[in-house]
Design a protein around this ligand. Sequence first.
Ligand code: DOR
Ligand code: ZN
Length: 429
Amino acid sequence: MSALLRGVLLYGEGDPVDVLVEDGVIARIGADLPAEGVEVIEAQGKVLLPGFVDLHTHLREPGREDTETIATGSAAAALGGYTAVFAMANTDPVADTQLVVEHVWRRGQEAGLVDVHPVGAVTVGLKGEKLAELGTMARSAAGVRVFSDDGHCVHDPLLMRRALEYSKALDAVIAQHAEEPRLTVGAQANEGEVASRLGLAGWPAVAEESIVARDCLLAKHTGGRLHVCHVSTTGTVDVLRWAKARGTGVSAEVTPHHLLLTDELLASYDPVNKVNPPLRTSVDVQALRAALAEGIVDCVATDHAPHAPQDKDCEWSSARPGMLGLQTALSVVAQTMVITELLDWRGVARVMSERPAQIAGLPDQGRPLAEGEPANLALVDPDARWTVRGADFASISDNTPFEGMELPARVVLTMLRGRITAHEGKVCG
Ligand code: DOR
Ligand code: ZN
C-alpha cells in the first residue's frame, strides 16, 4: 500500500512538504509529489512526528480482561499516536516466565495495531524475594529488554544489585517503581498541607527519593542500566541531575498526569485522582516540566492504568491507584509543554518517541523523519481543541482524570510500518 501525506510540517517546522510512504518506509519527501495510484491524505497544517513509544502501559491481559485487553489497549494506543508500547508485568499470572511474555507478545502481534513489547518481572510473582529468569525472557521470542516489578518497588538492595548486573549482561534496563515501602505504609496522598487538611495519611516524597538515590548509586557501582518510572518529586529531579552528572547509567520518565495535575484535586475525594505515586504539589509540577524540557527527565510515559468501576467508584482508601493515559498523552503534553513554550514539536518527538525508543533499544522506532526510514508515524493537528470523554475511549475502562477538560492538539492519523492504524478517531485494523 502506498500513501501520500500532502502538505505536512515535519516536526512542525519549515515549509509544508509531501511525504510518500511505500512498502512500509518513507520513500520520498518533497514538494508537490505525484499522486497517481496512491491514497492521498490531505494534511495541510498538520505536524508530522515519529510514532510515539510508551515505556509504561498496563494492558491487564492476562487476568483482568474486564478492564482492558491487549486488543483494546492497542486500539487506544493507536488512537493516541503510539506505534510501540511496553506492557507492564503486573498481570495475573505475572509476566515472569517465557510462557507469559511470549503469550503477550503473540497477542500483540494478533491485534496488529502497535508493537506490544512485554516487560518482564524482575522478581518471581513481583514478590521481591527471588530474581525471575531474566535471561530466559530476554532470549525468548519476545526478546524482553525492559524488566520491572512496577506497582511494587524492588526494595531489597541485594536483589536490585543483581538485577542491575544482569541488565548489563543482557543489554537490558531495570525500570524501578521507586517507593520505599516502609515509608508508605497506609499512605493515601502526598504528604503535605493538602493531605493534613483532608485527613489522609501522608505519602512522603522521600519514599521515592531515597530509593532513586540508592538505585543510582547501585547503577553506578554495577555499571548496569536503571530507568526510573513515573518521577513525581522535585527531590528526585535533584538526585537524577547529580547522578547523570557523575556518569550514572540512569534514565527517567514522567507521566502526563504528573505534568498537569496537583494534590489540590483531592479535595473532591474522587478516587479517579488516586494514583501511585500520588499527585504532588504545583512546585513539583513546575520542577517536572523544567526537568523534562532540560532532559534530566528523559521522556514521557503514560502509566496507562485501566480499572473497573467497582475498583474506582468507591471510598478513597479502598480504591485502586491508576488512571488512563494513552488517548490523552499527546494533548496533555501539548498543554503543559508546548503551549508553555518549554518544548517545540521537535522536543515532543524527542520525549515521546526518540528517547523512549533508545532507552528500550528499539532499532526501528523513534527514527528521524527522513527518506528510507520506517514509516512509524503520528500526524497531529496542532490547532484542534477537544473535550475529553472517557466513555468514548477505545479502552474498556473510563477512569480518566481529564474527564470534561478541553485539551489542545489531537492525533489525527497513526501509521505502523506504512499501514494506517488509526485515522480521524477511528481504528483501522
Ligand atoms: O497508579 C498506579 N497504577 N501505579 C502503579 O504503579 C501501578 C498501576 C496499576 O497497575 O494500576
Ligand atoms: Zn508504578
